[in-house]
Ligand binder design. Structure first.
Ligand code: SF4
Ligand code: F3S
Length: 267
């Protein structure tokens, strides 16, 4: 059989909690092993790769040098812009410097998680490091945003496969999010919606309405203002999602939700 070259992917981590990497490690369709070993050539990922130090940085430099315009960049975490980007440095270079080189020369960039998309938690008021998302830090880069705390790894797989099959990024909304994953409100697909419509609300944690699975709106659920496919795609091999577990949606896929959608709980 002829050897088929797998598309090269590099994964950068900046100001983050590594939650999106954790989500990737739990990907089920396909699994992370299938993604890394069979489908893609993941040439750089600080958390997963065996190489370290100079050897690791050379792996990244080699991709940018030899595959300019042909590789996919994934970015996890926000990019600090204040004081020349000094608040996040890797191998002696600032995150903004690395992002501009790696994402600026990529075929396409996927910002995974709310931090890489819009600044996320590091950008919460008073945003001490001047944190922003990739689109803002790398003007002109071709970026699709997959926000969420963390992202749903199934949406990353679908985005990458879409690009490989159709040679273009999926259609997005005004916030750069693919419509296939962020085109509908949580509230519109929620399994508790019938209780919202009937005026049946949980009034305190653990009350009889909570036990019966009634609507969490009065407890602070932000589902009516949040766009994401959590109710249909779910997490961990379609096991569950926040509202099914009895917790309201925090609005984690909306920009600046830490500032605009808090307090998370109303009672
Ligand atoms: Fe809407 Fe939240 Fe109630 Fe579900 S639990 S119906 S998303 S308000
Ligand atoms: Fe986030 Fe709400 Fe989904 S908190 S994971 S957008 S249910």
């Amino acid at each position: 059989l002829d050897e088929v070259k797998r598309p090269t992917l590099v994964w950068l981590e900046f100001q983050d909690c590594a939650g999106d990497t954790e989500a990737l490690l739990r990907a089920a369709n396909p699994t992370v092993a299938e993604l890394i070993l069979d489908i893609l050539s993941v040439d750089y990922h600080e958390t997963v790769m065996a190489a370290a130090g100079f050897q690791a940085e050379e792996a990244l430099a080699k991709v940018v040098r030899e595959q300019k315009g042909k590789y996919i960049a994934i970015v996890e975490g926000s990019i600090p812009m204040k004081d020349a980007g000094v608040y996040c440095c890797i191998a002696g270079r600032s995150a903004v410097d690395i992002a501009r080189e790696v994402c600026g020369n990529a075929l396409a960039t996927v910002a995974v998680g709310t931090c890489a998309s819009y600044g996320g938690l590091p950008a919460a008021r008073p945003n001490p490091t001047g944190a922003v998302g990739v689109s803002q830090a790398v003007p002109g880069a071709k970026v699709v945003n997959l926000p969420g705390c963390p992202l749903n790894a199934d949406n990353l797989t679908a985005t990458v496969v879409h690009y490989l099959v159709f040679n273009k990024l999926p259609a997005t909304d005004a916030l750069g999010r693919p419509l296939f994953a962020y085109g509908k409100r949580i509230h519109d697909n929620c399994e508790r919606r019938a209780h919202f419509d009937a005026g049946q609300y949980v009034e305190s944690w653990g009350d009889p309405a909570h036990a019966k699975g009634h609507c969490l709106y009065k407890m602070g659920c932000k589902g009516p203002e949040t766009y994401h496919n959590c109710p249909t795609q779910k997490f961990n091999e379609k096991t569950s999602w926040p509202v099914a577990s009895g917790h309201g949606c925090c609005g984690c896929s909306q920009p600046q939700f830490w500032d605009t959608m808090t307090p998370i709980y109303h009672r």
